[in-house]
Design a protein around this ligand. Structure first.
Ligand code: ATP
Ligand code: MG
Length: 573
């Protein structure tokens, strides 16, 4: 199912970049200015990353700049915690807004003046109807709306009422300011949209200064104009808002004229990308927190070990179009493998240990063998791996009665222990229950480094660790969060949650050279995959998250559920 490869080559289509290039070539745009406009009411996810890479990427490519603009017009849902987290995540992704950090709330005074401007020019009015009535009278796609009885108020009365709205004379919801456009417009967004509402709620930045707040439509476009944004890039659901965006620019004394362009939002298979659903996953404890490695949040991906470079590469490969589609999670994994293969240091770890005793190796000897840190990067050098009489190998690497294509260890068979020696299995030790507890082997002392002195052919190469030196570790492996490729298409996406999206392996053994690495570092465990030291990892108790397996395992995981029962200290939580 690896269709990742077919999308892998080159830049995919990006029509927004083409528009900017044409604008620059034709002299319509001197210096491009874009913005990334998050609402600080949650954590960023991979969908936001698409928008960040698009906005900052275009600014970089054409020598312009990209602003970070917090769209903070809903004080009840917003918090400083989210502002800080968003900034940290954008930086982590590798982008810098320099001094161009703005808040829609920075512009509240100017927006207020412009609202008065619309009133004075008879393009806005105060409506006393309830939100419910306004909604009911808005009409439908096939029937026009109904004019508010307050639509014909005089300019002076409107000004007076609007000033009293600001002064706090009215309760929440008692009045709104609406643009006076056209209640019969074919575009419902033009049927006298609400520009201001009353909300007696403190704001994370403006405190109690305001009790009226501009709506998204009024704040967004005007913030673009104030900041000189040339290309205001948003997702497709705002396409029908564009006529309103333009109407406001046409009817206000704005300093610059910005244009809105819409692109298709990212949908990723087997997960959800909406703050509402992500919060539900956290609130209902389907996951641990916003940085749970199963979540498609940037914090989750980071904790899982995804390098920012892989996410940027993913954004480049999926391209930017106007057509909605769903991207396979496997593509994101493919991007992670590509980067990590180049950058991650190799280590050996045994996830389900089986003891192997080398009978002809002295009990107190230790051989320090050189192991390559990264075959893709000679600068990464080598490290020493201790070899001793008692080792651990992977339980799956031994079979008592192997099928024909099994080239790993079996009774009487010889294999290579990576970087070390050739060993032959002489005896299988079982406990009373018949479970294999130990393999007795012999090694060829002349095969140091793993080559047979007589050139005899040895097919299998296994990873291993020294029982005496290995460190205990917990390894967490992750599968898809949802078993349905497009959970959002179901009435209740949560019915399709994968009950075993996380598998915790206790009692894993890793080579000692893992303590040299800081939490957050991703390594490759040879023959297994990429693993990232969790933020809770301690040198005496390592915790690692599997970023991604070496090869695409999605097709298999999704076919073979529930996961095959494993006997070895395996907990599914
Ligand atoms: P959500 O639906 O997750 O709540 P949102 O659009 O309400 O997202 P905002 O904070 O308003 O969240 O988003 C900031 C920017 O990120 C917007 O320009 C928005 O269009 C963009 N964005 C959000 N989700 C996606 C997505 N899935 N794909 C591409 N861009 C997205
Ligand atoms: Mg939004």
């Amino acid at each position: 199912m690896n269709d990742a490869g077919s999308v892998a080559e080159g830049n995919q289509h990006n029509f927004v970049r083409d528009i900017v290039r044409q604008d620059i070539e034709a002299g319509r745009t001197e210096s491009v200015i874009t913005r990334f406009p998050p609402e600080p009411n949650g954590y960023l996810h991979i969908g936001h990353a698409k928008s960040i890479c698009l906005n900052f990427g275009i600014a970089q490519e054409f020598g312009g700049r990209c602003h970070l603009r917090f769209d903070d017009t809903n004080p009840t849902r917003e918090a400083q915690e989210f502002i800080d987290a968003i900034e940290a995540d954008v930086r982590w992704l590798g982008f810098d807004w320099g001094e161009h950090r703005y808040f829609a709330s920075d512009h509240f005074e100017r927006l207020y003046e412009w609202a008065e401007h619309l009133i004075t020019t008879d393009k806005a009015y105060v409506d006393d109807q309830s939100a419910e009535t306004i909604r009911e009278h808005r009409g439908t796609l096939t029937s026009p709306g109904i004019d508010s009885p307050f639509r014909t108020r005089s300019v002076n009365e409107n000004l007076d009422l609007f000033r009293r709205m600001r002064a706090g004379d009215f309760a929440d919801g008692q009045r709104v300011l609406r643009a006076k456009i056209d209640m019969a417009s074919g575009n419902i967004n033009l049927r006298d949209p609400v520009l201001y509402r009353i909300l007696h709620a403190p704001h994370p930045r403006t405190g109690t200064k305001w009790c009226i707040y501009p709506t998204y439509d009024f704040a967004h476009g005007q913030s673009d104009s104030i900041e000189g944004v040339t290309h205001s890039i948003c997702t497709l659901e705002f396409e029908d808002h564009r006529p309103l965006y333009d109407w406001l620019i046409d009817n206000l004394p704005v300093p610059t004229r910005s244009r809105q362009y819409e692109f298709a939002r990212l949908n990723l298979s087997h997960t959800v990308l909406s703050k509402r659903r992500l919060s539900r996953l956290v609130d209902e404890q389907h996951v641990e927190d916003w940085d749970d490695p199963r979540l498609p949040t940037l914090r989750g991906l980071r904790r899982r070990g995804y390098p920012p470079e892989a996410i940027r590469d993913f954004a480049r490969r999926i391209g930017v179009t106007k057509r909605d589609n769903t991207v396979e999670f496997a593509l994101l994994e493919h991007c992670a493998r590509e980067v990590l293969n180049r950058t991650a240091e190799r280590r050996m770890a045994v996830l389900r240990p089986l003891k192997l005793v080398v009978e002809n190796y002295p009990a107190d000897a230790v051989d320090h063998l050189a192991a390559v840190n990264n075959p893709e990067d000679t600068a990464a050098g080598t490290r020493q791996v201790p070899f001793t009489r008692e080792l651990f190998i992977e339980r799956d690497d031994f079979m008592e009665d192997p099928p024909r294509k099994f080239f790993r260890l079996a009774p009487g068979r010889e294999v290579r222990l990576r970087y070390a020696y050739l060993v032959t299995c002489r005896e299988v030790v079982k406990d009373a229950a018949g479970e294999i507890v130990e393999l007795r082997c012999t090694y060829d002392p002349d095969s140091r480094g793993g080559t047979a002195p007589d050139g005899r052919r040895v097919k299998g190469t296994l990873h291993w660790v020294s029982a005496q030196h290995a460190l205990p570790a917990e390894v967490r492996q992750y599968g898809p969060l949802f078993l349905h490729a497009d959970p959002g298409a179901n009435a209740d996406p949560f019915e399709h949650l994968n009950p075993s999206s996380r598998e915790r392996l206790d009692g894993c053994r890793v080579e000692p050279a893992l303590t040299d690495l800081a939490p957050g570092t991703t390594v490759q465990f040879e023959r297994q995959g990429y693993f990232c030291l969790d933020r809770t990892s301690r040198s005496d108790r390592l915790v690692l998250n599997r970023t991604v397996a070496l090869r695409d395992s999605w097709a298999r995981t999704l076919q073979r559920r529930p996961q095959q029962a494993g006997q070895h200290a395996r907990r599914s939580t």
